[in-house]
Design a protein around this ligand. Structure first.
Ligand code: FAD
Ligand code: 5PR
Length: 373
């Protein structure tokens, strides 16, 4: 059995590795000339770690990723929630740069013999198992996977109705040196909110290699706070304790608005749509990549051992969709209400995905490692 995959992101590579491990030949097409993750930092909860374990990337991701002892939220200087995480605690979440997550997944794909073609842009897919490329070639496969992200041309070529949303709030994301913010509470994830005199937020995230990931949010109408290069005076006034790191940001940083998608169905014939191309969600629960990787692994598991691919793809969707829809809906609600400003809610409603055992993973083979760096 052979698969052609559009997109070498977290979803495309996860599907590729999982299919190879189940005996498929796999070719992945990446439109960019280079294989690397772009963007700043990322959170991976236990569900994502279980997928990484199932695709042979867990040990390398664990090594050097940050294991925060606690996740806290502070509003106008007051602590509004505090949750010990990692170690022996029921919640497990690692934080890292995106490249730290991407490199071991890519290395595993290469070890497994996944063929990856760079500067290879997919333009369309056809239900009987054809992937069309920008250079005019038409590649035939038993399974075609559209894993080409939120603006997926491969998905769009199928003519499915796509519900898209662009959110009001944008966010500046940046990696910055720790600049002395180390030890004690500085090793925690801290969601800093200021509501008065001005609404501003910095989600403070320690990563590996003594880097911090800052996600900096201001209301859209606050043009001064949303302009790059950012004005350190605005942010240090609200968060004076972060001044050493804010002052080190300089010209770095990227501004993005949240974009989301929702489909009526995740497959047409032999074409599966997976990851952000099917279900991009606001980052408020930090589950976009987690759900993308879970669904990619599950896809490989469910299509293996059958020859009726279209039927298997429908079974895949029936099995996985409810959890993804639930997570996407809750993430959207949090993005609307700014509820996180009153503290993260540590309940099963928001964190159901984090505790899910992904289809295709080995529930007994995965052991959380408790050692700290
Ligand atoms: P992508 O990562 O977008 O990968 C798609 C790939 O396809 C890319 O390599 C792209 O170059 C390639 N491509 C595009 N078009 C083509 C084409 N035509 N042909 C070939 N290749 C193509 N998730 C978490 O789990 N935890 C977090 O902490 C988290 N934080 C986030 C913070 C923000 C601000 C945002 C916006 C998102 C966050 N996410 C987080 C979500 C996460 O980034 C995405 O869900 C995840 O990257 C989706 O993976 P993907 O492989 O589906 O898509
Ligand atoms: N959580 C994470 C995150 O990166 C963001 C949010 C929540 C991990 C933004 O980037 O609330 O927007 C958020």
């Amino acid at each position: 059995m052979h698969a052609e995959i559009a997109g070498a992101g977290f979803a495309g590579l996860t599907a590729a590795i999982a299919l190879r491990r189940r005996g498929w030949t796999v070719r992945v097409h990446e439109k960019d000339p280079e294989l690397r993750a772009f963007g700043a930092g990322i959170y991976i909860w236990e569900n994502g770690l279980r997928v990484l374990h199932a695709i042979g990337a867990y040990d390398d991701v664990l090594r050097g990723a940050h294991q925060a002892p606690a996740y806290e939220s502070r509003r106008d200087g007051e602590m509004v929630s505090f949750q010990p995480v990692n170690g022996a605690h029921p919640y497990c979440v690692l934080t890292m740069t995106r490249q730290h997550l991407y490199a071991p997944i890519l290395a595993s794909a290469q070890r497994e013999g996944v063929e990856i073609v760079t500067s290879s842009e997919a333009t369309a897919a056809e239900p009987d198992g054809i992937l069309c490329l920008a250079d005019g070639r038409r590649l035939k496969a038993d399974l075609v996977i559209a894993a080409d992200g939120v603006r997926s041309p491969t998905r769009d070529s199928l003519g499915l109705p796509v519900a898209r949303r662009r959110y009001q709030d944008g966010i500046i994301r940046v990696l910055v040196e720790r600049s002395g913010l180390a030890g004690g509470a500085w090793d925690h994830v801290i969601d800093f909110w200021a509501f008065s005199p001005r609404v501003l937020r910095i989600l403070y995230t320690p990563c590996e290699d003594d880097l911090l990931y800052f996600a900096m949010m201001a209301p859209l109408e606050d043009a001064a706070a949303n302009t790059l290069p950012l004005d350190p005076a605005i942010w240090t006034k609200a968060f004076p304790m972060l001044a050493p790191a804010i002052d080190a940001i300089g010209a770095r940083g990227r501004y993005d608005v949240y974009e989301t998608t929702r489909l009526d169905r995740w497959s047409v014939g032999r074409v599966a749509i997976v990851g952000d191309s099917a279900h991009a969600m606001p980052p408020t629960l930090a589950q976009g990549a987690g759900c993308a990787m879970m669904n990619a692994l599950s896809l490989a598991e469910i299509v293996s051992g059958t020859t009726d691919i279209p039927d298997a793809l429908q079974r895949w969707e029936s099995r996985e969709r409810a959890l993804t829809d639930h997570t996407q809906a809750r993430a959207a609600e949090l993005a609307h209400t700014r509820e996180l400003g009153s503290g993260m809610k540590w309940d099963d409603v928001g964190l159901r995905a984090a505790h899910h055992i992904p289809t295709g993973s080995n529930p007994d083979g995965f052991a959380r490692r408790h050692e700290r760096r």
